[in-house]
Design a protein around this ligand. Structure first.
Ligand code: AMP
Length: 455
């Protein structure tokens, strides 16, 4: 998963891009980068690590220009190698072309090998590099036609921002797997993965880019063109963005994420009520559904576990002792609240089950009398090929165990998941990809599913 930003026509374009990355940091913590363009020259800075650590006043002011694109990375194709940091910047026909991509393409190998046969030399092991090669190969003519031609060749999930000389371009695949929205900032426009980034820049939310839409922004002028496939394709927004990934203060897929999560929790309470002294959520991701759950049943909501916000990357250490220390230091239960109580614990989802098991053990150690766990989405049974790093089926606990077996593994008194129908019933938008729950993939999945296939 990744976060992307594009700024057109602003005298502090790279500062704005930095704010965008700051707000979208949750979408990827591995690496971050900004490319700016001053009308003559492109400037680039890319580093491993968080945006806040990678950019300071000096480095940002060296990224001159009125336009910028930026990226924050969580690898879903290619390793965490330095060569794989985005945006990717190349020069072609004396013009800069830069791309920042969120999502995973599904016909990567086919395009990669075809392009290599035709003479392209790839510098990264990311599917995202395909965009620049296809662009470079397009005839030097009408930019709109060229973009339609390029994007008609790629399949799968992409929300992208491109900088092609003086134009900022934003596009979403015809299914609209990943979010992308448009804002107005002064005279120009901005493109960001989630609307929370607009708030930090003090940009005005205009609308979401539509599935299959390409917007071309030149100066303060914007025009749109649609991929022919957009009309034929069913929308398939990633439902897991709403469950876990996006920030609750964002507006994506025609809805506010916080309110969606509360509605998921309320629906979960209708389907699987329980009796308890109070409801709590596992911070942070489970809290919003927990509030909805508690309100629906008129039960008290308590915070239950406190998050230590100073846990940084320094804690990512190879030894088992330090790994366990990291889990413990991140969340600490409030013992006086929990001791002797019957508790309903809401979590947004279970993937491998290992974190949930640790959290429940901590609540038991704190003296909980009964623990009833409720999950605000259905069991995750299938890997994702569209940009969420869900492991292979053998690591997905729900693929290998029944709900009762999972309850035994996590050591809870009861466990229940929200139904798929219940989940979809509370969504305002109706076109969602639910492949991680159903195994029904809306776009054909790649034959070779190895994340490192281009290494
Ligand atoms: P676990 O109990 O180990 O399955 O951890 C569950 C928590 O990790 C939930 O809050 C999940 O939403 C969160 N999570 C989100 N994305 C992932 C992922 N790609 N892999 C593993 N856990 C994830």
């Amino acid at each position: 998963m990744c976060g992307i930003v594009g700024i057109s026509h602003h005298k502090q374009a790279s500062q704005m891009a930095f704010l965008g990355l700051y707000a979208l940091q949750h979408r990827g913590e591995e690496a971050s980068g900004i490319v700016s363009y001053d009308g003559k020259e492109a400037h680039v800075l890319k580093k491993v690590g968080l945006a806040v650590d990678n950019f300071d006043e000096n480095s940002i002011s060296s990224l001159k220009g009125h336009m910028a694109i930026a990226h924050t990375r969580y690898s879903t194709t290619g390793s965490s190698h330095i060569k794989n940091i985005q945006p990717i910047l190349v020069t072609h026909r004396k013009k800069p072309i830069a791309v920042a991509h969120n999502g995973n393409l599904t016909n990567t190998e086919e395009l990669y090998f075809r392009l290599e046969e035709e003479g392209s030399i790839f510098q990264t092991s990311m599917d995202s590099e395909i965009f620049v090669h296809l662009l470079a190969k397009s005839p030097n003519g009408d930019l709109k036609q060229c973009l339609v031609n390029v994007l008609s060749q790629v399949k799968g999930a992409y929300s992208i921002v491109l900088l092609v000389e003086n134009c900022l371009i934003g596009a979403r695949d015809p299914q609209g797997f990943r979010p992308l929205c448009l804002g107005k900032l002064g005279d120009g426009y901005v493109l960001v993965s989630e609307s929370c980034a607009l708030d930090l820049m003090k940009a005005e939310f205009v609308r979401e880019i539509e599935p299959g839409e390409i917007v071309i922004i030149k100066g303060n002028k914007l025009e749109s063109v649609y991929l022919p496939e957009a009309r034929k394709s069913k929308k398939a927004h990633c439902i897991f963005e709403n469950v876990y990934f996006a920030r609750p203060d964002s507006y994506i897929f025609s809805d506010n994420v916080y309110q969606v999560r509360k509605r998921l929790g309320a629906q979960l309470a209708k389907e699987h009520p329980a009796k308890a002294d109070f409801v709590m959520g596992i911070p942070d991701s489970g809290i919003y559904a927990a509030i909805g759950y508690a309100q629906e049943l008129d039960l008290p909501f308590e915070v239950g576990m406190i998050r230590n916000h100073y846990i940084g990357r320094t804690f990512i250490q190879p030894s088992q002792f330090l790994r366990e220390f990291r889990v413990r230091v991140k969340l600490n239960p409030i013992r006086d609240l929990i001791k002797g109580k019957k508790v309903i614990v809401v979590e947004d989802s279970i993937v491998r089950g290992t974190t949930s098991r640790n959290r429940i053990e901590e609540l038991r150690d704190a003296g909980a009398k009964e623990i009833h766990m409720r999950i605000s989405c259905p069991p995750i049974m299938s890997p994702c090929f569209y940009g969420i790093d869900f492991p292979s089926t053998k690591e997905l606990i729900a693929f290998n165990k029944t709900v009762q077996e999972i309850a035994d593994f996590i050591k809870v008194d009861s466990l229940a998941y929200l139904s798929l129908e219940g989940m979809l019933s509370v969504m305002r938008d109706k076109g969602f990809c639910t492949a991680c729950f159903t195994g029904k993939y809306p776009v054909e999945i790649p034959k070779n599913t190895d994340k490192l296939k281009l290494e």
